[in-house]
Design a protein around this ligand. Structure first.
Ligand SMILES: Nc1ncnc2c1ncn2[C@@H]1O[C@H](COP(=O)(O)OP(=O)(O)O)[C@@H](O)[C@H]1O
Ligand code: SF4
Ligand SMILES: [Mg+2]
Length: 397
C-alpha cells in the first residue's frame, strides 16, 4: 500500500450570488476527479498551467480545503472523512512548504518563535530549551547559521527564507511534505540549490514529497513519478524518465515541446506545438475531453462528448486520451494547426518576453516562456487570423 493515495478527489468551490451571497449559482471545478498514489520515500511531481488546480489539490490533502468528494488515504486512514480533532494528529505528519516564503512567515516573529510555535502546539520538546536545541540542529541541516534564531524573516534572502520555510516543516518531523511551487519565487541561480537541499533532506530523513510546479524543468530531476494536470484532472502520469523520453498525451507533448534543448542542433530541429486559445474556465469546463478545445488532434464527436479515463498504456505510463495509440501510430490526422506554421505567434510572445526581462525577475517563469524570442520567425507572415491568435503551449506563472 502506498503512503498516500488519492481516490477520485474532487474539490468544487461554490460560486455564490445574492445580497447575502446565499444563492449558489454554479461551481468552480478546481479539482475534478484526481486519483494518484505516492510511495513512501518517493517524490511525485505535479505539473500543469497556472489555474489547473494544483494548489487546491495540495491543500485538499491537508484538508485546508473541503473535499467535495473522494478519498485521501494517508497511511491507511481516510483523511477526507476524519473529524476535525482526529485530523489534528495527522496534521503534524503532513506539512506544506509554500511558494512565497515571506508571505507565509510572520514578519514580527523571530525565527525561533516561528519555528517553535508549531512544535509547542504539537507537544514536541518538553520545554523551550529542548525545542531550541532541536531547532538549531534543523537550521544546520537546511544550511542556516544558528544565529538565525534571533533574527527576523526580512533579514534573509529569498533562498534563505525558503530554507526557513522548509525548517518550519521539518521541526514537526513530518512523513510527507507538499512543496507548492517551492522555487518559483526564487532567482534561477538559487532554484537548483533549494531543489538539491530538498533531495538531500529526503535521503537523510526518508521524506515523501508531493512537489507542485508549473515548470516541467523544476520537477524533472527530483521526481520519481510525474503527473500532468489540465483543468482539474490528470491527463498523463508516468515515471519521470519515461515521461520525458516519450510524452503521449497531446497536452504533455505541447508542454514538453516548449522546453528548450541545450543541444543547438536538436534545438533547431525541435518541433514546437503551440496551442490554440487560453485555458478554459474551470467554472465552465469543456464537455468530454477537457482538452478538446485546444487539442491539435481533436477528433469529431467522441472528444467533445466522452471524458477519457486515465488508462495504463503499458509500463505504468498512464494517459487520458481516446486516441493515444492512433496518435502514436500516426493514423489520426492533426485537425488544428500546430508546430512550425504556428510559430507566427512569435511576435506576441517576444513582446511578452521583453516585458518580463525589463520588469520582474523572470524566475517564476518557465525557461521556455522566453525561448521563442531568441529564435527568428522561420515562417513568412502567411498566417491566417486563427494562427496569430495562438498562444504558447508552455505553462504560465
Ligand atoms: N477558495 C476558492 N474559491 C473559489 N475558487 C477558487 C478558490 N481557490 C482556487 N480557486 C480557483 O480554482 C482554480 C484552481 O486554482 P489553483 O488550485 O490555485 O490552481 P494552480 O495552483 O494550478 O494555479 C482557479 O480557477 C482558482 O481561481
Ligand atoms: S481525447 Fe481527443 S481531444 Fe482529448 S487529448 Fe485525446 S485526441 Fe485530444
Ligand atoms: Mg498554485
Amino acid at each position: 500500500m502506498s503512503l498516500l493515495e488519492l481516490d477520485d478527489v474532487k474539490v468544487h468551490f461554490p460560486v455564490k450570488k445574492g445580497l447575502f451571497f446565499d444563492r449558489t449559482v454554479g461551481h468552480v471545478y478546481a479539482v475534478d476527479g484526481v486519483s494518484l498514489s505516492i510511495e513512501a520515500g518517493q517524490t511525485y511531481g505535479l505539473v500543469g498551467e497556472s489555474g489547473c488546480g494544483k494548489t487546491t489539490l495540495g491543500r485538499a490533502v491537508l484538508r485546508l480545503n473541503d473535499i467535495t468528494d473522494g478519498g485521501v488515504v494517508f497511511d491507511g486512514t481516510d483523511l477526507a472523512k476524519l473529524p476535525g480533532e482526529e485530523m489534528r494528529a495527522f496534521r503534524r505528519r503532513l506539512q506544506m512548504v509554500f511558494q512565497d516564503p515571506l508571505g507565509s512567515l510572520n514578519p514580527r516573529q523571530n525565527i525561533e518563535s516561528i519555528l517553535s510555535e508549531g512544535m509547542a502546539a504539537h507537544g514536541i520538546g518538553k520545554d523551550q530549551t529542548e525545542r531550541r536545541e532541536k531547532i538549531k540542529a534543523i537550521l544546520a541541516k537546511v544550511g542556516l547559521p544558528s544565529n538565525a534564531l534571533s533574527r527576523y524573516p526580512h533579514e534573509f534572502s529569498g533562498g534563505q527564507r525558503q530554507r526557513i520555510g522548509i525548517a518550519r516543516a521539518l521541526v514537526l518531523e513530518p512523513d510527507v511534505i507538499i512543496c507548492d511551487e517551492p522555487v518559483s519565487a526564487l532567482d534561477v541561480s538559487v532554484q537548483a540549490q533549494v531543489i538539491n537541499l530538498l533531495e538531500e533532506l529526503q535521503e537523510s530523513l526518508g521524506l515523501t514529497y508531493l512537489v507542485i510546479a508549473h515548470d516541467l524543468a523544476v520537477v524533472r530531476h527530483i521526481s520519481d513519478v510525474i503527473g500532468v494536470m489540465y483543468l482539474g484532472g490528470l491527463v498523463e502520469e508516468a515515471p519521470s524518465d519515461a515521461l520525458y523520453a516519450g510524452p503521449r498525451h497531446p497536452y504533455t507533448k505541447a508542454l514538453m515541446s516548449a522546453v528548450p534543448v541545450p543541444d543547438p542542433e536538436v534545438e533547431d530541429r525541435r518541433e514546437r506545438i503551440l496551442l490554440h486559445g487560453d485555458l478554459p474556465s474551470p467554472a465552465n469546463p469543456p464537455t468530454g475531453c477537457r482538452f478538446h478545445t485546444r487539442c491539435p488532434w481533436v477528433q469529431e464527436t467522441k472528444c467533445a462528448t466522452e471524458r477519457p479515463p486515465l488508462l495504463d498504456t503499458g509500463d505504468g505510463h498512464k494517459v487520458a486520451c481516446h486516441f493515444t495509440a492512433e496518435i502514436e501510430a500516426g493514423t489520426v490526422k492533426q485537425t488544428l494547426a500546430t508546430g512550425i506554421e504556428a510559430v507566427t505567434g512569435t511576435e506576441t510572445v517576444a513582446a511578452e518576453a521583453v516585458e518580463t526581462a525589463e520588469g520582474e525577475t523572470p524566475a517564476g517563469k518557465p525557461a521556455a516562456a522566453g525561448a521563442p524570442a531568441e529564435e527568428p520567425a522561420t515562417v513568412p507572415a502567411q498566417a491566417d487570423a486563427d494562427a496569430t491568435e495562438q498562444t504558447e503551449g508552455s505553462p504560465k506563472a
